[in-house]
Design a protein around this ligand. Structure first.
Ligand SMILES: Cc1cc2nc3c(=O)[nH]c(=O)nc-3n(C[C@H](O)[C@H](O)[C@H](O)COP(=O)(O)O)c2cc1C
Length: 365
């Protein structure tokens, strides 16, 4: 089944130009007497729920997400230079046979264009390579996107550094900070550093390198002043818990929150056992949706434990496999200050409305 938010049978550029295609045909949910009853990083919000960096490609997608009641939404990760998307297809269904353990992720998984599962059980792989139309385009569009936020709604700008010809490590870290500054100039009051994209050629997953993460956060803080700074990280195994703790103690003076998790990378093949997605460096791509919920919940619990142990005060954003209202409540119970859903929201734009209905004494629905 296709996603009404991001049409998986069209290219990234077609989605960018025409989307959100399927949402136009759907009725917007009705929220009565809605008012901000929560706070996130000091901003009043209606519900600590939204959509992470990914399916919302530009201001039209952001507007639609706000209209459907997603309150804290991320503008898809942007760069300081124009950068083309990976080749189509960018999304395939993946059959993981239940939770995607790290063991399963080390072996090949079958990627398919259709799934016979129910949308709430979907797991997919997504592989875009962080495309960007370049700051001239996205800065203007981001300003527009921010203007669409209604009372109790917030936009988060996600950014990533780009390795360019002749760049040293230091130049690369500077580019993260520079791109964050571009987002600040586009009026973003919350900026998220994407330190965890698993499928970007040459750039690698930087969130596991303490010195790099520290340098990037420090440089970015200098550039964005008092604006709120989040980092988005991948899954750290239990064996990597002391690494996670070390990174957090290094960066906590510079950041306001940690978003976890991004996708879990695995080799994706077609029915003949060949690489499923076309192009170099695309055998492995990130898996998200129902199969990774266990990992997101586990990280939120461990982040909450580390926050308590180190007596720090950063927000925790829980992401990964939030497909139903029950998943939202499970993340909140695990310690998430904010919960976000990408795959779940792609196939169920009524997710916020359904959460409201499950909240006791909620006057909004
Ligand atoms: C279509 C799609 C595009 C994505 N693009 C980005 C991105 O640009 N930046 C980023 O940090 N994460 C990106 N992600 C990862 C999500 O933000 C999220 O961390 C991951 O999908 C796990 O959440 P989920 O299980 O709710 O999908 C993307 C995910 C999807 C489904």
């Amino acid at each position: 089944m296709n996603s009404p938010l991001y049409n998986i049978y069209k290219t990234y550029d077609q989605n960018f130009d025409l989307g959100p295609i399927g949402l136009k045909k759907l009725k917007k949910p009705i929220f009565k007497k809605i008012k901000p009853r929560y706070s996130f990083l000091g901003f009043p919000i209606n519900l600590p729920f939204g959509i992470p960096a990914g399916p919302l490609l530009n201001s039209r997608f952001i507007k639609a997400a706000f209209d459907f009641g997603f309150d804290v939404v991320c503008y898809k990760t942007q760069r300081s230079v124009p950068f083309a998307s990976n080749l189509y297809p960018n999304v395939l269904f993946v059959n993981t046979n239940g939770p995607l353990t790290m063991e399963k992720a080390s072996k090949t998984l079958l990627g398919e264009t259709e799934s016979d599962k129910k949308p709430k059980d979907y797991s997919i792989t997504n592989s875009f390579g962080n495309p960007s139309k370049g700051p001239q385009m996205w800065q203007e569009d981001m300003k527009k996107a921010i203007s669409y936020a209604k009372k109790g709604q917030l936009l988060v700008a996600s950014v990533v550094g780009t390795i360019q010809k002749g760049f040293s490590d230091e130049d690369y870290y500077d580019d993260f900070a520079h791109t964050a500054e571009l987002a600040a100039k586009a009026n973003a009051s919350i900026i998220e550093l994407n330190l965890s994209c698993p499928n970007v050629a040459n750039e690698g997953v930087i969130c596991y390198s303490p010195n790099a993460v520290e340098a990037i956060c420090k440089k970015t803080r200098k550039k964005i002043g008092k604006r709120k700074l989040l980092i988005k990280i991948g899954y750290f195994t239990k064996n990597q818990n002391s690494l996670l703790e070390k990174i957090i103690s290094k960066i906590s003076p510079f950041i306001d929150g940690i978003s976890a998790i991004n996708t879990i990378a695995a080799p994706i093949v077609d029915e003949n056992g060949n690489q499923a997605l076309p192009g170099p460096s695309r055998l492995k791509s990130g898996v998200c949706g129902a199969a990774i919920k266990w990992a997101g919940i586990d990280m939120v619990k461990r982040l909450a434990g580390i926050r308590k142990k180190l007596k720090k005060d950063f927000a925790i954003i829980g992401v990964g496999g939030v497909m139903t209202p029950e998943d939202y409540f499970e993340y909140r119970k695990a310690g998430a200050d904010l919960v976000q859903s990408a795959t779940g929201a792609m196939w169920n734009p009524y997710l916020t409305h359904e959460i409201y209905k499950m909240e006791t004494n909620n006057p909004a629905v």
